[in-house]
Ligand binder design. Structure first.
Ligand code: NDP
Length: 477
């Protein structure tokens, strides 16, 4: 059911669509509203109507509701994690971690609602004052992908609420169940009707109607660079604000590193968590010739310890891919890589003969000696495929790291202090990690450059730049 103005409603056209368990695609998990433009119209209307009263509630009171929401997330961890694993496929421990992370981000934003909302400036005129206040942007659209069906919506909804905005939430078509559950928690936390509205259904209908609606003042979008570009163009025509979190092709550079065991362990974890379907997944290793053989051996040894299976089974460390589309995309990249002569060190094949029946399982795959201009090295595969690129030296490693259209996250594994500074300055990325994988924290700004993002960083205090307008007030007393 959609949630519009606090009421659970079916899609106006009466249509439903079903979702399936990627570990056993013949298992139907439930039916969800296949919404129309009319449903978006109603949801935006409800959000716009609720906006003045919500904005008038003092920030600390809005924060209290968010603290309560964070508590409910923690208390529902087991149930919600199970839903994530069922509809998305990731291992249960990862799903549990995702819910805990969402609670931490909600808690941070709850605190933000009590922080100063402006600045006081000295006036250049006697008897006058100047100050600024951050006001709510208004009604925002939260358009989310399927890879983090809980933390991504919370990363948009919590700051929106903290700073006095109302929301229309459109989850990915593949993961509406987590979204329905989140709406129940928001209601239980005491968020008033109409403040957050849910519309499920396809991106080309629901998403498109949302980004075109003039009553939507801002669009916080996480997803592919292709759709993000369409969102940006459409929003620009009516000067709506955007926050775009897009794809990545995140490098791990290894140079003069004394602890290759640690490097291999961190790289493999960051590359294969969520079956590689993370925007911040490490998706290429760039290693100097001097350390390549030793690193490659360790990486393969760690990859071979990954236990692929149903995410609900104890012991599973990597689940299936989320959908048949994703499964076919991965298989096609691997086929092209093999055809172009790249060497497969491990994996390189599906793990089931009949994926539509037995699950979208693909073997964790490592390619060696991948040329820097190969699609494996340049394009976001979004799957369990790790290409290794060998380079002469650190300078060439940086050039290769910067040689894609993306600029989200980058890791460096080194024991040489001077490389840390050089890497941090010269690598084109929104987030730099030294001697660990690409993991973010719940209070630190998160975002990318180049084709990886646009607009204010999410997470942490910078999110305010997206969710508020600054008003300057001059008074002659
Ligand atoms: P998509 O871009 O396909 O979809 C993202 C969302 O946009 C979905 O809700 C989708 O709906 C919706 N959408 C699709 N078409 C339109 C449209 N025309 N107008 C408005 N909305 C639309 O991405 P995926 O869901 O496939 O997610 C994977 C991508 O997300 C990867 O490229 C990944 O890198 C990126 N990502 C980036 C993150 C970051 O923080 N930088 C984090 C997580 C993922 P529907 O599901 O119905 O198609």
């Amino acid at each position: 059911m959609n949630v519009i103005g606090g009421a659970q409603v079916a899609a106006s056209g009466g249509a439903w669509y079903s979702i399936r368990n990627p570990a056993r695609p013949e298992e139907c998990l439930g039916e969800f509203a296949n919404s129309t433009r009319a449903d978006v119209d109603a949801a935006v209307g409800a959000a716009a109507a609720a906006a003045p009263a919500w904005a008038a509630i003092p920030g600390p009171q809005r924060g209290s509701l968010l603290f309560r929401f964070a508590e409910l997330l923690e208390a529902s961890k087991n149930e919600l994690a199970r839903i994530i694993t069922l509809e998305q496929g990731k291992a249960l421990a990862e799903s549990t971690g995702e819910v805990g992370r969402a609670a931490a981000e909600a808690r941070f934003m709850a605190g933000e609602a009590s922080r100063p909302a402006g600045s006081v400036f000295p006036s250049d005129k006697p008897g006058s004052t100047c100050h600024t206040v951050a006001e709510p942007l208004g009604t925002v659209a939260a358009i989310c992908p399927w890879n983090f069906p809980v933390v991504t919506p919370v990363r948009k909804i919590a700051p929106a609420l903290a700073w006095g905005n109302t929301v229309v939430f459109k989850p990915a078509s593949l993961t509406p169940w987590s979204a329905v559950y989140l709406m129940q928690l928001l209601e239980r936390a005491g968020v008033p009707p109409g403040v957050v509205n849910l519309v499920t259904g396809s991106g080309s209908i629901v998403g498109d109607a949302l980004i075109q609606d003039r009553r939507v003042h801002g669009i916080s979008f996480t997803g592919s660079t292709k759709v993000g570009t369409h969102v940006y163009e459409t929003a620009a025509r009516r000067l709506a604000r955007v926050q775009l979190e897009l794809g990545g092709k995140n490098p791990a550079v290894v140079a003069d590193c004394d602890d290759l065991d640690l490097a291999a362990r961190e790289i493999v974890a960051a590359a294969f968590l969520c079956s590689g379907q993370r925007c911040t997944a490490l998706s290429r290793v760039i290693v100097t010739d001097a350390q390549a053989d030793a690193l490659v051996e360790r990486v393969v040894s760690h990859v071979n310890r990954i236990a692929v299976g149903d995410g609900l089974e104890p012991g599973t460390t990597m689940g299936p891919l989320v959908s048949e589309t994703q499964f076919r995309t991965v298989a096609e990249y691997v086929r092209q890589g093999v055809a172009s002569g790249c060497g497969v060190l491990t994996g390189g094949h599906p793990l089931t003969d009949n994926p539509q029946r037995d699950g979208y399982y693909y073997a964790p795959t490592v390619f060696d000696r991948v040329p820097a201009d190969s699609p494996l090295a340049l394009e976001e595969i979004f799957g369990p495929v790790l290409p290794i690129l060998r380079v002469r030296d650190f300078d060439q490693a940086i050039a290769v790291a910067n040689g894609t259209r993306y600029g989200l996250a980058a890791s460096l594994f080194t024991s040489r202090a001077s490389f840390i500074d050089e890497f941090s300055r010269r690598v084109e990325a929104g987030m730099i990690h030294v001697n660990h994988g690409t993991a973010s924290q719940p209070h630190v700004p998160f975002g990318g450059v180049k084709d990886s993002g646009q607009g204010a960083c999410s997470i942490g205090p910078t999110a305010r730049e997206f969710f508020t307008n600054v008003k300057a007030i001059y008074v002659k007393w």
